[in-house]
Design a protein around this ligand. Structure first.
Ligand SMILES: NC(=O)c1ccc[n+]([C@@H]2O[C@H](COP(=O)([O-])OP(=O)(O)OC[C@H]3O[C@@H](n4cnc5c(N)ncnc54)[C@H](O)[C@@H]3O)[C@@H](O)[C@H]2O)c1
Length: 379
């Protein structure tokens, strides 16, 4: 595989994961970073020994950059994605792909016209534990999956993110912010969603920032912060998804799947590793071995001391390899757009008290080959 030159637009909190991921890769060269706040780009450029472009426009005009990662806030995603496409470059965006399904559909149309690819986060489903679960399901070890529960509950983001505003306005909320991890993993495991029902609410209309440097500032909450949804899959499975930033404590697991021949515990899809478990027929829970799959070894310590596997950027690496090899990429625009439609449908179903049929579908992304690291894409 030929090394690729990429650009990064948006130099906030999550850019660290991407800059570290790029530094680990033999194939990804960060040609330039940019931000609407030049001082943010300059700071990341200095920290990671890369170049800060003079402006977003200058980065987009660089003929040596072929793929641009969009790490701006959700409300800016559509315009920045469109600017990347208009510059004739492939776009890889953080989730949600756009703040609305209509914007994502327009983006796919513009990219198809320009002959460039669209890809986007999350790529955690390509991690070792989620791929081990996929292999076990495809191998029939729990039989046809008929039900399950995905749960992501906490008390919001204003206690850790330095600028938490975007979490509580259009394009934010736990459904659009954390839902992509769960629904993308469900789609890679089970296939596309057919229809959605939900109840939603806003737990607190106002929140107080407790993180620095803005501790004490109030935030107005404009989006639903609790959703209980039913996702009906084309495969016949029905999964409940409960997502909330109004819950102080709970003891629920992130992800359980029930098949006619067994059950499976899938680790937190916000990360690449973890310890999946399987119970086949009448047997007790047993660990599902993930060691033959790449991207599962812990490489990051969280604020609470947990060691997790964070290989954010491998979705882009797979897209770059796919472009060179002339094959579809896994974290594709079709997948992210279908997931966005599902998430938006949860909001619509909650507001209008009805089932919402989806208009899009997508193929299950191919499983990631067995191996130890990025060489699995380089064939
Ligand atoms: N923070 C996380 O842990 C995390 C994890 C996964 C995904 N994400 C996603 O990554 C994206 C960014 O999150 P973040 O936490 O890094 O946000 P952030 O607010 O820390 O950083 C966003 C950056 O984008 C810049 N920006 C905003 N609009 C811009 C525009 N139009 N042009 C150029 N630059 C612009 C801002 O100046 C800022 O530096 C979001 O979509 C978020 O959902 C964040």
């Amino acid at each position: 595989m030929e090394p690729i030159n990429i650009g990064i637009i948006g130099c906030g909190v999550i850019s660290d994961s991407y800059l570290k991921g790029a530094a680990r890769s033999a194939y990804i060269n960060v040609k330039a970073v940019a931000d609407m706040r030049p001082e943010a780009a300059a700071a990341k450029a200095k920290e990671y020994g890369v170049t800060a472009a003079a402006s977003v426009e200058a980065l987009l005009a660089d003929p040596e950059i072929s793929i641009v990662i969009n790490l701006t806030v959700p409300l800016a995603h559509a315009a920045v994605n469109q600017a990347i496409v208009a510059a004739g470059k492939h776009v890889y965006a953080e989730k949600p792909l756009c703040a609305s399904f209509a914007e994502a559909r327009d983006l796919l149309a513009a990219a198809a016209k320009a002959g460039v690819r669209v890809g986007g986060a999350p790529d955690t489903f390509m991690g070792a534990s989620h791929q081990a679960c996929r292999r076990a399901i495809d191998g029939g070890r729990i039989g046809k999956v008929i039900a399950g529960a995905a749960t992501v509950l906490s008390h919001g983001m204003e206690h850790w993110h330095p600028n938490p505003d975007f979490f509580f306005i259009r394009g934010g909320g736990p459904i659009l912010d954390l839902g992509p991890y769960y629904v993308t993993d469900l789609v890679q495991l089970l296939g596309p969603v057919k229809r959605v029902a939900a109840e939603t609410c806003i737990g607190n209309l106002e929140r107080t920032i407790t993180s620095q440097p803005r501790a004490g500032e109030k935030l107005k909450v404009e989006v639903e912060t609790t959703a209980t949804a039913l996702l009906s899959f084309a495969s016949g499975a029905t999964i409940t998804l409960t997502a909330s930033w109004d819950v102080w404590k709970n003891k629920r697991l992130p992800f359980e799947l029930y098949g006619v021949d067994g059950s499976m515990l899938v680790p937190d899809p916000n990360f690449f590793g973890g310890a999946p478990e399987i119970a086949e027929q009448g047997a007790d829970w047993a660990p599902l071995d993930i060691s033959a799959h790449p991207f599962g070894v812990p490489n990051r310590e969280l604020r609470d001391g947990r060691q997790v596997a964070d290989y954010r950027i491998i979705g882009l690496l797979d897209m770059a390899a796919a472009i060179q090899q002339g094959r579809p990429h896994r974290a594709s625009g079709e997948l992210t757009t279908h997931v966005l439609e599902v998430l938006e449908a949860i909001g619509t179903a909650g507001a209008e008290k009805r089932w919402v049929d989806l208009t899009t579908t997508c193929a299950q992304p191919d499983p990631v080959p067995l191996g130890t690291g990025e060489e699995v894409f380089a064939a």
